[in-house]
Design a protein around this ligand. Structure first.
Ligand SMILES: [Zn+2]
Length: 422
């Protein structure tokens, strides 16, 4: 058995709102599986290799539960329109480029590298509707050491020139993609109806049957923007709420992840809590596209599972330190707008959402739980000024608000060391 120990200040989020801190401790893994965290190296581990990261923070790595890989090409651009116009003007023309597999390979290689170097080791990701480019994306993520789910997008209506399937073609390509992606050990498929306006009833019904037959997870968008919610109501007059347009086709359950949920009211939130659907909060994107501010506190209090997403390229930050900070700011905006009622997210809560809560969608235990595969990063914050001694909690908060390029020195994903700064 190959055991190693990482020595440093270990901070994890085993419970929403609580950080566990071990100053100058040891995180021991055996064959990539966490054996435990210890203030002193136990006798039984005497003589194992120790990586000495003294003075640095050993943190859980991130789970980004909503992002659009092809939109990496337009990250940081085109933020002057609301959602539906933004899709037509920027996102769809960008995604249409991924018919070109050479282009896809170049973009996705860079994206995969940037994810790992910035400590994101779990993703729930949209590709485009192109099967071949989706397989390239899965291959590049696998090679880089990222784990999680990738979905070939389904869209057989309301697309754009060069970016729409016919219903039969979408079904056929989905099956081809599922057959072709079975050998990736760490990147698994997730069914991905883009959102209700993009998919006919026939396609949604097909995907619902497929999810049940093959026990596949599902990702999509829910109640992001008011114009979108109105449009869905027109498209499905038989459904009183947006979530029902997924539920009626069997696309709603414990393995479903829904991005945004900005305009989900108490009834829709209750439906999420009862079904065990995970809501992905994408604070940057919701502000950039003038969608609104998601009711994160209400979601949490009402028992909905909540995780965080960068939602690039509606979101302008791929780095999850920034996404965690954005979620805290958004919760403060919500508090201001709601008459100072809901409590804003604390640093410990937002950190939990960006790490343990996202990992839970993949079945992982929170924090550095013994028995779980190691997903971790080492953060060197010693380049920041430190005129007086800081606690580990203060250092974590500062790392969130003052992300330093190059501060991440090493990353582990599924027990494998996948990155080391040069
Ligand atoms: Zn999205």
């Amino acid at each position: 058995m190959a055991a190693i120990a990482l020595k440093g200040t270990i901070v994890s989020a085993p419970v929403l709102g609580q950080l566990e801190v071990l100053e100058d401790g040891y995180l021991v893994t055996e064959d990539g599986v966490v054996a435990g965290t210890f203030p002193v190296l136990p006798e039984r581990y005497a003589g194992i290799p120790v990586e000495d990261w003294s003075g640095r923070l050993i943190l859980q790595s991130f789970a980004d539960l909503h992002l659009h890989a092809p939109q990496y090409s337009m990250l940081g651009m085109g933020m002057d329109l609301p959602l539906l116009d933004w899709l037509d003007t920027y996102a769809f023309p960008t995604e249409a480029r991924f018919a070109d597999t050479d282009y896809a390979r170049a973009v996705y290689r860079q994206l995969a590298r940037e994810l790992v170097e910035n400590g994101t080791t779990r993703v729930c990701m949209f590709s485009s509707l192109h099967t071949d480019a989706t397989l390239i994306l899965m291959d590049e993520l696998e090679r880089a050491g990222v784990t999680g789910y990738v979905g070939k997008v389904n869209m057989d209506r309301n697309g754009a020139p060069g970016l729409q399937e016919d219903t039969e073609g979408s079904m056929r390509e989905t099956l081809r993609w599922l057959d072709a992606c079975q050998d990736f050990p760490h990147i698994r498929p997730i069914l991905t109806p883009r959102f209700t306006p993009s998919c006919t009833d026939a396609l949604m019904a097909f995907l619902g049957r497929l999810a049940a037959e093959r026990d596949l997870p599902i990702q999509s968008h829910l109640s992001e923007n008011q114009a979108e919610v109105d449009w869905v109501r027109q498209l499905h007059p038989d459904c009183s709420q947006y979530w029902e347009t997924y539920a009626k086709f069997g696309l709603w359950g414990r393995r479903t992840v829904m991005a945004h949920c900005v305009w989900s009211d108490a009834r829709e939130r209750q439906a999420m809590a009862e079904a065990g659907v995970t809501a992905v909060h994408c604070a940057d994107s919701n502000q950039n596209l003038c969608s609104g501010v998601a009711p994160v506190r209400a979601l949490l209090q009402e028992g909905v599972r909540v995780a965080l997403g960068s939602d690039i390229a509606g979101g302008d930050h791929l780095h999850m330190f920034d996404v965690v900070a954005a979620s805290i700011r958004a919760s403060k905006a919500r508090r201001i707008l709601d008459g100072w009622t809901p409590a804003f997210l604390t640093v410990a809560e937002a950190w939990y959402l960006g790490t343990s809560a996202g990992a839970a969608f993949f079945g992982a235990a929170p924090g550095f739980a013994p028995g779980s595969r190691l997903h971790a990063l080492v953060l060197d914050d010693r380049t920041l000024p430190c005129p007086h001694p800081l606690t580990a909690r203060e250092r974590l908060e500062r790392a969130i608000y003052r992300r330093q390029p190059g501060a991440i020195r090493a990353v582990w994903s599924d027990g494998r060391n996948v990155y080391r700064a040069g």
